[in-house]
Design a protein around this ligand. Structure first.
Ligand SMILES: [Cu+2]
Length: 188
């Protein structure tokens, strides 16, 4: 009896070990491809996902041509337009407080070399702020179509018809003598 039991136990141990190895192998086989699939899906899915928005953003912005107007201050008495890029004849260069002609629908970048001492703003005929480089909120600064951008270097905006209807002058926020007219080009 003992002998038989011993043999049986030995045999069942011999069967259990391969069975355990087989089962654990199946568990590993079931887990590993799943993990690999998750990892590859995450890594291959995330890199095109992060690259494509970065690729589309620069592709869409150069299609819009921006006219760049650089201005400077003459002490606290006047503005000068020093250069215009992307258009001709819209302002007399190096002429104190010259009138600037802007065209509705066009996007403009004003580079203000007057710096922080001479914040640039655009006002209506009554002197109300429409767009300002200073901390005051101009009435068109949150207009999505105007898409106003302001930083230490200058301001950028699209002259929508509604904004064009009101824009009359450009000023230095600090010095009242620093002002010139904004003329609106008639529609083409
Ligand atoms: Cu000024």
């Amino acid at each position: 009896m003992k002998h038989i039991n011993h043999n049986y136990a030995k045999r069942s141990k011999r069967l259990l070990l391969p069975l355990f190895l087989l089962l654990s192998g199946l568990v590993l086989a079931a887990c590993n491809p799943a993990n690999n699939a998750d990892n590859s899906a995450a890594s291959s899915g995330s890199s095109p996902g992060t690259e494509s928005p970065a690729a589309t953003t620069p592709a869409s912005s150069p299609t819009e041509e921006v006219i760049t107007i650089t201005i400077d201050n003459v002490g606290a008495t006047a503005w000068l337009v020093t250069t215009v890029e992307g258009a001709q004849g819209i302002a007399e260069l190096n002429t104190q407080n010259t009138a600037i002609t802007l065209e509705p629908g066009q996007r403009y970048r004003f580079i203000n070399n007057g710096g922080g001492f001479h914040p640039l703003d655009f006002r209506d005929a009554s002197g109300n702020f429409l767009l300002t480089q200073n901390s005051v909120q101009g009435s068109f600064e949150n207009d999505t179509e105007v898409n106003f951008e302001s930083d230490a270097t200058g301001v950028t905006f699209t002259l929508t018809p509604a904004l064009a209807e009101q824009m009359a002058t450009y000023w230095c926020s600090v010095h009242p003598p620093m002002t010139g007219a904004i003329n609106i080009a008639s529609g083409n």
